[in-house]
Design a protein around this ligand. Structure first.
Ligand code: UGA
Length: 442
């Protein structure tokens, strides 16, 4: 069994550490924030991620949390799991990565520094040079990008589609591959630059699929087709596959928005204008705002209208609100003069939500007196939204389903007016007050 040191007790670092411990390795997780380390030592997990608390508990004996960089000095592997947020220019901020390199203790014998953080192509070569300058030529370097999705991270780690290892030396990639023994997955070995690009390209492709299906959804709306059926029919083509074809109000999260900008900037810094990626980003920005048009269609000007936002997290099974479409939507609604009440089953720290949004404890509190309910995150709790007590609580029985979570026919049968994303509207999809306002609809 190996000794694995991990820099960064964030989401990636903790999931990686907990999973390596579960594979039987000794793991030391180091962070610079004392409060975080104290909480972890006390058995608290600072975020909502299924299976992580159980894994940390089960492997207590093999996991150490520390502030002291010297505690990782005798580790065979040193994983870099710090975040690389975008700078003002959209480039990835590598300052935390470089701090790790600068702080590495005096290491004796063959060690390997492994990059899990998402970094621009060319970073590994620069770090290799930096290690050599620091007199750490005996420390090997490998790129081993993570492909974990929030809410599914432990399963993604234990059952990955592939493990990518980029190294300057074949022996180093064998060493890293050995760490994953016990996991049944194809290992893709390559040079460091290609490993870095695989991560960025995979995320960019996933985003491209989302923006593509969202544009198809928008055309479906204009032409009377149903994007859910279209995605099913398209996805059954084995050359295309069914994944990431769920139309909605756009992607968010801590990875996609940041990684798309980083790749776009990486390309333009290298003299290439990545047109397709620029369009993918723009489509996503517009998609988040389309709900406003749908609300206005039914309610007229939104000034003074009460709107319930159901779901704040950027996707279900996480409490992460980073770059969540809910934030843009809430800001746009407030700018239109609407009164916004929001609910989410797990988000307890809606830090980025604009002031003026009231966050309430239950779905019923959110929809009380509301002119419209908008499904922003496809939480399971919302599958039964179209029920009597909700309809009775609302001022107008209007559901805008931003994630196509509900069955339109069933929702309409319950007496609601329903609009999804890229779904057929029907003649009955008109609120009584709209009908009264517009003589042509009478
Ligand atoms: C994503 C990738 O899926 C991971 O493989 C990758 O490791 C990770 O980024 C990362 O770079 O660290 P994550 O951001 O956790 O993972 O979440 P996803 O499940 O990929 O969803 C991202 C966003 O796309 C969400 O807002 C989701 O609602 C949206 N989405 C996803 C759609 O709108 N439609 C879809 O069909 C799929």
């Amino acid at each position: 069994m190996a000794r694995v040191g991990i820099f960064g007790a964030g989401w990636v670092g903790l999931v990686t550490g907990a999973c390596f411990a579960d594979l039987g390795h000794e793991v030391v997780i180091r962070d610079v924030v004392p409060e975080k380390i104290e909480r972890l030592r006390a058995g608290e997990v600072p975020f909502h991620e299924p299976d992580v608390p159980e894994l940390l508990e089960r492997n207590r004996d093999r996991l150490t949390f520390t502030l002291d960089v010297d505690d990782v000095a005798d580790c065979d592997f040193l994983f870099v799991c710090v975040d690389t947020p975008p700078t003002y220019s959209g480039d990835a901020d590598l300052s935390r990565v470089w701090t790790v390199v600068d702080e590495l203790p005096e290491l004796e014998g063959r060690r390997i520094l492994v990059m899990k953080s998402t970094v621009p192509v060319g970073t590994g070569e620069k770090i290799r040079h930096g290690l050599d300058l620091r007199g750490l030529s005996h420390v090997a370097y490998a790129s081993n990008p993570e492909f974990l999705a929030e809410g599914n991270a432990v399963r993604d780690f234990m059952h990955p589609d592939r493990v990518v290892i980029g190294a300057f030396d074949d022996a180093d990639s064998d060493t890293v591959a050995a760490l994953y023994e016990g996991i049944d997955a194809r290992v893709v070995r390559c040079d460091v630059n290609s490993a870095e690009m695989i991560k960025l390209a995979a995320n960019a492709f996933l985003m491209t699929r989302i923006s593509f299906i969202n544009e198809i959804a928008n055309v479906c709306e204009a032409t009377g087709a149903d994007v859910v059926k279209v995605a099913e029919g398209v996805g059954l083509d084995h050359r295309l596959g069914p994944h990431f074809l769920r139309a909605g109000i756009g992607y968010g999260g801590s990875c996609f928005p940041k990684d798309s900008l980083a790749l776009k900037q990486l390309a333009s810094n290298s003299g290439y204008h990545f047109q397709l990626l620029s369009a993918v980003i723009e489509v996503n920005e517009l998609q988040k705002r389309r709900v406003i048009g749908k609300l206005t269609k039914h309610l007229g000007p939104l000034r003074g209208k009460k709107v319930a936002l159901l779901g704040l997290a950027f996707k279900p099974n996480t409490d992460d609100m980073r770059e969540a479409p809910s934030i843009v939507l809430a800001s746009r609604l407030l700018a239109e003069g609407a009164v916004v009440r929001a609910w989410d089953p797990v988000v307890r720290d809606p830090g980025n939500l604009p002031r003026g949004v009231e966050v309430v404890e239950s779905v019923l509190d959110a929809v009380e007196g509301a002119d419209a309910a908008v499904i922003v995150t496809e939480w399971d709790d919302l599958r039964h939204l179209a029920r009597d007590e909700v309809r009775a609580a609302m001022a107008n029985p209007l559901i805008i389903d931003g994630r196509n979570l509900l069955d339109p026919g069933a929702v309409r049968a319950e007496g609601f007016v329903y609009e999804g994303i890229g779904r057929r509207t029907v003649a009955t999809d008109v609120l009584p007050e709209t009908r009264a306002r517009d003589p042509e609809l009478r």
